[in-house]
Design a protein. Structure first.
Length: 465
């Protein structure tokens, strides 16, 4: 099966390579697009792990002389890439010290009397951890899922059985949908977000950690309030009250004991990172530098060790595939392909008012995620072109960036294969495919309405456009 997938990806790239080069494009731009398309196809179909597919694509770029070796590897020096890598390491400290679990148990004890309240406790935990854990899979799968599974078992709610509807199915669905919202709220909450910022920079648009968080604040909080309610209405639990949850959380906090020195250090580092990410740019301190500082503190205090960082495969894998996709996207823009493609699309819809055209463009971008198995693949493949098209249609550049950028997180909740957390949470066996897709579509409609109405009003108030 893997050989078939690899052959399909290869044939896609080869087929595009030998097509007549469109007028207005150089052979270099067209050939880079062919390799990029083959790489994205391999990332979506996964004949190999994502980093391996990316490296094969990078090798093809160099061996065909489409880019020089120096150009092909230029992406590895970009600060946005190292921001994510360093943040992955810091996230390991949050999980290792138990700080993430402690925060979750605290909110469970405060809000866990009702099943709906329990979902809000999980949402609050995810929100607090999102700024420093750039892996949505680590937050949902590493911190929240073990707790949800234990709670479900306490209420005799088991996977692959009718009892899953008691409580487990609802908590899994709610946690997953909330995770897509917290991904959108912080630049460091998901690996694709810095890629979006870098694509924006290629188009002359500047976004900082603080400006991203501020722009997402109002629509994000509205989504966090409404999403659990929508899941509760569309996919309600059979058990509505959860008095055992408070005792469960209390017992686990007692087992954890007092906050130990590593947790205090981790908490202090976490707060320092947030403060410097917010106000560091005023002192010319880049977000990646701040993340490096936090990592060094954890290494110097031995909260983390180098041996642990070596084993953090998620960070090193991200370094590879993120750098490759960023390089290809950057040079497609530099070589004029993105602008050329954008103009072709604009020519087809220029008779429409820009507001209607941008609305249709945004919805196509959002719901095309049904055809993707990764947020990163979707962003890398479509965002550069869609952003250019939106701007050429007449949409205010920052408005176009925020709508498409935030949608790049929110569309991850559509399917059971569309994002990293989906593989873990759906794979647990509590939610059937039909229910997963039904909840995903219902929540998507609510999120699209919130971020394209309240969000736009908020951004107008902020003077974004």
């Amino acid at each position: 099966m893997n050989s078939v997938k690899l052959s399909i990806s290869f044939l896609i790239g080869l087929g595009v390579w030998f097509l007549p080069i469109p007028e207005g494009l150089t052979p270099q731009a067209w050939h880079l697009f062919a390799i990029f398309l083959a790489t994205i196809s391999a990332i979506v179909m996964r004949p190999f792990p994502m980093p391996a597919s990316a490296l094969i694509g990078l090798a093809a770029v160099v061996l065909t002389h489409t880019l020089t070796f120096e150009e092909a590897f230029s992406g590895f020096s970009r600060d946005v890439i190292w921001l994510i890598v360093f943040a992955f390491f810091v996230a390991h400290g949050i999980i290792k010290t138990g700080l993430g679990a402690r925060i979750s148990y605290l909110f469970m004890m405060l809000l866990g009397q009702k099943t709906l309240g329990l979902s809000y406790g999980m949402a609050t935990t995810d929100l607090l951890l999102a700024p420093a854990i750039p892996s949505s899979t680590a937050r949902a799968g590493g911190v929240l899922f073990p707790i949800i599974e234990s709670l479900a078992n306490n209420y005799e709610s088991y996977p692959h059985k009718p009892s899953a509807r008691k409580i487990g199915s609802f908590l899994i669905s709610s946690a997953f949908q909330v995770n897509t919202v917290t991904n959108a709220m912080f630049l460091t909450a998901m690996a694709a977000n810095p890629l979006i910022v870098d694509i924006a920079a290629d188009n002359g648009l500047t976004v900082t950690w603080g400006s991203w968080a501020l722009a997402a604040l109002v629509p994000g909080m509205l989504s966090l309030i409404l999403v659990p309610l929508v899941v509760y209405w569309v996919h309600p639990p059979e058990v509505k009250a959860t008095p055992l949850a408070k005792e469960y959380a209390k017992d686990h906090l007692e087992k954890m004991g007092r906050i130990r020195a590593p947790e205090w250090i981790m908490l202090g580092t976490f707060v320092l990172l947030i403060v410097l990410w917010m106000w560091g740019p005023e002192f010319h301190l880049k977000a990646a530098t701040t993340a490096l500082l936090g990592l060094c503190i954890l290494l110097l205090t031995r909260v983390l060790t180098w041996q642990e960082l070596v084993k953090e495969t998620g960070a090193w894998s991200t370094l590879i595939w993120f750098s490759v996709l960023l390089t290809m996207a950057t040079f497609l823009n530099k070589l004029g392909f993105t602008e050329w493609f954008g103009q072709r699309v604009v020519d087809q819809v220029e008779f429409l008012d820009w507001k209607l055209a941008f609305l249709l463009l945004s919805l196509v971008y959002f719901y095309s995620h049904y055809f993707f198995a990764s947020n990163i693949a979707h962003v890398g493949a479509l965002l550069p072109a869609f952003l250019v098209v939106a701007i050429q249609l007449g949409a205010p550049p920052m408005l176009a960036l925020y709508v498409l950028g935030f949608f790049s997180s929110l569309f991850g909740g559509l399917t059971h294969y569309g994002s990293g957390p989906a593989a873990i949470l759906y794979g647990a066996g509590y939610v059937q495919v039909r229910d997963w897709w039904l909840v995903g579509f219902a929540v998507s409609v609510v999120n699209v309405l919130i971020w394209s109405t309240a969000g736009i009003v908020w951004w107008k108030f902020l003077g974004v456009f």
